[in-house]
Design a protein around this ligand. Structure first.
Ligand SMILES: Cc1cc2nc3c(=O)[nH]c(=O)nc-3n(C[C@H](O)[C@H](O)[C@H](O)COP(=O)(O)OP(=O)(O)OC[C@H]3O[C@@H](n4cnc5c(N)ncnc54)[C@H](O)[C@@H]3O)c2cc1C
Length: 452
């Protein structure tokens, strides 16, 4: 909560006609995300809330909010759909929560590039693009609730990353426009590599007001479930599909027994005791895909055109961080980890770690390209025992060459595979947010230039 009485009132006055919400219940609701996936973060963040909610409709509203916060020295935390997992949009020091979801226009679409406002929901973006034969290269499994700005500022990759890699790969963000947090905000256009300054910076390096994104050809995607007798077979078949460059695909997800037990609506496609491979395959690639599956002992139990309309559940909502959600829906005693396997021996390392942990972990993998090579991300689900055991498991993975992006911490540095802030992002922060008002507490290496 803000310490200085009257500061908030003056700030609200300065905002003029920009929509402001002060009802504590609504402000609290919009101060949360999916941090409760982590029992550690749930304890730490469950009572944290902002002081006021501002609802930006356009770039003018964003500039007015940035200027008012800078003049009054009030913390400013930007928010999209609020689907982040580590309290990314939780305002640790209170102040203004800036909701971007009403700022959702498409500026233009030219061939394989689109430029849009940050608040557009990712499914709305694809709905607008598909009639012209294009779609986003990748999206998180929260496509139906997350915003474009939140994905770029908070996400890493997802459905599509088996073909295109993550957001961090050169060329996956064409450009970004950001507003600085200063008494007289400036607008900066970041193009190509420079756009990485806002990627997964948790909204600490400027307020994104436009994103230019490269697109992919929109295929008719088919959701396919394949059942195997063991996770080893599911992994080996997944590896063969992932490496088959001629098979157009968007998702290759091995999931080990007994995790599929929680996929109730997929019950008929998930025989008891089976490990699964969940895939999205272009319709024209189904024949070679089926050949790969047949020669590796898989049984196709479900094939259906991907359906994303309300009332339907696309297969990708059983993958990425949705896999863990399927379990948490009925049992909050579980939690998860986020891993990156070494490309040189991803499957062998995964099998070794499965052996090491036994029943303690339920295996879940996502094939992805990383730095030009095929590898796997791992999102195992485990029953939460204690913080100490969680940290021990993380250390064991790291000792075996598996990188961990710890989802049980709030800072960029502690949650990164490299345990430090990206140097470009840290330097850029000084330029765009000298007083350190943007999402304070999340980039802990940053020392503010001025303190109000
Ligand atoms: C069930 C589930 C599944 C998920 N699957 C995936 C997945 O497949 N891949 C993946 O990468 N992530 C995944 N996530 C995490 C999250 O859903 C995504 O990263 C999502 O894209 C976040 O978008 P959002 O609009 O909800 O962002 P929010 O949660 O609202 O914000 C995320 C971060 O972005 C910042 N931000 C938002 N808008 C702006 C802006 N305009 N300018 C500057 N900063 C901004 C916020 O301050 C915050 O730090 C998943 C989460 C859940 C709960």
């Amino acid at each position: 909560m803000l310490d200085r009485p009257g500061r908030l009132e003056s700030l609200i006055r300065d905002l003029g006609d920009v929509p402001v919400v002060t009802d504590p219940l609504r402000v609290r609701k919009k101060s949360r995300d999916f941090f409760w996936y982590s029992p550690v973060l749930n304890e730490q963040l469950k009572d944290v809330a902002g002081d006021v909610l501002v609802e930006a409709r356009n770039e003018q509203d964003v500039i007015a909010t940035a200027a008012a916060c800078a003049r009054h020295g009030v913390p400013l935390t930007v928010r999209g759909g609020g689907t982040g997992n580590y309290g990314q949009c939780v305002p640790l020091q209170g102040g203004v929560v800036l909701d971007m979801m009403a700022f959702d226009t498409i500026e233009w679409h030219r061939g394989d590039v689109v430029r849009a406002a940050p608040g557009i929901r990712l499914n709305k973006l694809d709905e607008a693009l598909r009639p012209n034969g294009w779609e986003s290269r990748m999206h998180p499994s929260t496509k139906r609730t997350a915003s474009l700005g939140g994905f770029i500022a908070g996400g890493s990759g997802g459905v599509g990353s088996v073909t295109w890699g993550g957001l961090v790969e050169p060329g996956n963000i064409t450009a970004a426009r950001v507003v600085t947090v200063e008494p007289e905000p400036r607008i900066i256009e970041l193009r190509a590599d420079a756009a990485q300054k806002i990627n997964r910076a948790y909204g600490t390096t400027g307020i994104i007001t436009a994103l230019e994104m490269p697109l992919a050809a929109a295929y008719r995607w088919i959701d396919v479930v394949v059942a195997f007798d063991s996770i080893a077979e599911a992994l080996r078949c997944g590896e063969a599909v992932a490496h088959a460059d001629g098979v157009a695909k968007k998702l290759v997800t091995p999931i080990g027994a007994p995790l599929p037990r929680w996929f109730t609506p997929l019950k008929d496609a998930a025989p008891e005791g089976a490990s699964l491979l969940l895939c999205m395959i272009a319709e024209g690639s189904l024949e070679p895909f089926r050949d790969i599956v047949r020669t590796r002992g898989g049984r196709i139990t479900h094939e259906q055109l991907t359906a994303e309309e309300p009332g339907q559940v696309p297969l990708y909502e059983y993958t990425w961080n949705h896999t863990t959600l399927q379990v948490l829906k009925t049992d909050r005693s579980y939690t998860y980890l986020q891993l990156l396997y070494p490309a040189a021996n991803a499957v062998e390392t995964a099998l070794k770690m499965i052996e090491k942990f036994g029943d303690e972990l339920m295996p879940h993998f996502e094939f992805i390209r990383f730095g030009g090579r095929m590898t796997m991300s791992g999102l195992p689900v485990l029953r939460y025992e204690s913080r100490e055991r969680l940290w021990e498991i993380i250390a064991l993975y790291e000792a075996n060459g598996v990188m961990v992006a710890n989802p049980h911490v709030v800072t960029l540095e502690d949650g990164s595979r490299h345990k430090r802030a990206n140097a470009d992002q840290l330097g850029f922060k000084r330029e765009v947010d000298p007083a350190g008002l943007l999402n304070p507490g999340k980039m802990r290496s940053y020392v503010p230039v001025t303190v109000s």
